[in-house]
Design a protein around this ligand. Structure first.
Ligand code: HEC
Ligand code: HEC
Length: 169
């Protein structure tokens, strides 16, 4: 794996790599932007992309104020989505992730096809209920981003659950 060889080569740097935080640092840098202002701007785009009502879809209040640093399940999902489907889908050509929720497992795979008549992003989601019942597989295709820059809205286009649900025509 690429990460493995990086660690191997970067002996003297390991300390600084380990010191990198997984969450925001004091200067306000997050996975969404280098500082607080750019993070909040990006967060507003995420809210719009998912079509959720408010920041509280992912964040929680404590003592009357939103505690943006507190971890939640949806924050973790957003991180996984960003890593697999925004940061590396175009670069690698495909991405895959697994979400465990409400007694089921979702395996979502996306493939990026940049050229030709078939250009688009091909998504396969396998939904497996707990307890060994048969699951269902949903396949869908979304168009490439017009701007050229893939983001949450490329797939979600204003709704969290954008794939056909059981019973949809
Ligand atoms: C879909 C989930 C999601 C939504 C909706 C969302 N956020 Fe976030 N937010 C995150 C994640 C994930 C992080 C953690 C980023 C990191 O760890 O680098 C975060 C971090 C932040 C931070 C930085 C917190 C810190 O650690 O210092 C701020 C500020 C923030 N969000 C503001 C907002 C605001 C304002 C809104 C509404 C406009 C919003 N967020 C909506 C997922 C979300
Ligand atoms: C390559 C397509 C793709 C991209 C890009 C993408 N997602 Fe998703 N996301 C999915 C699919 C597929 C699902 C499952 C949808 C369904 O259930 O209908 C999903 C589901 C979710 C869910 C709900 C998970 C749950 O608990 O049911 C959240 C939250 C989410 N995505 C956040 C994000 C955020 C934030 C971004 C941008 C950082 C993002 N997604 C980018 C494909 C994508």
């Amino acid at each position: 794996m690429r990460i493995g060889s990086m660690w191997g080569l970067a002996g003297p740097l390991i300390c600084s790599i380990v010191a990198l935080p997984t969450s925001a640092e004091e200067d306000g840098a997050t996975i969404w932007g280098p500082d607080r202002a750019s993070t909040v701007k990006a967060m507003k785009q995420v809210v719009r992309a998912l079509g959720v009502r408010s920041c509280l879809y992912c964040h929680v209040k404590s003592e009357g104020r939103v505690d943006y640093k507190a971890e939640t399940e949806h924050k973790e999902v957003a991180r996984i989505m960003k890593r697999a489907f925004v940061d590396s889908l175009v670069a690698r050509g495909d991405g895959e992730l697994v979400l465990k929720e409400e007694g089921k497992t979702l395996r979502i795979r996306a493939r990026h096809e940049p050229r030709g008549e078939d250009a688009g992003i091909y998504i396969t989601m396998v939904e497996e209920p707990a307890g060994g019942e048969p699951g269902r597989t949903v396949e869908s295709r979304v168009g490439l981003p017009g701007s050229g820059q893939l983001n949450c809205a490329t797939c979600h286009a204003g709704s969290v659950h954008f794939l056909p649900q059981p019973g949809d025509e």
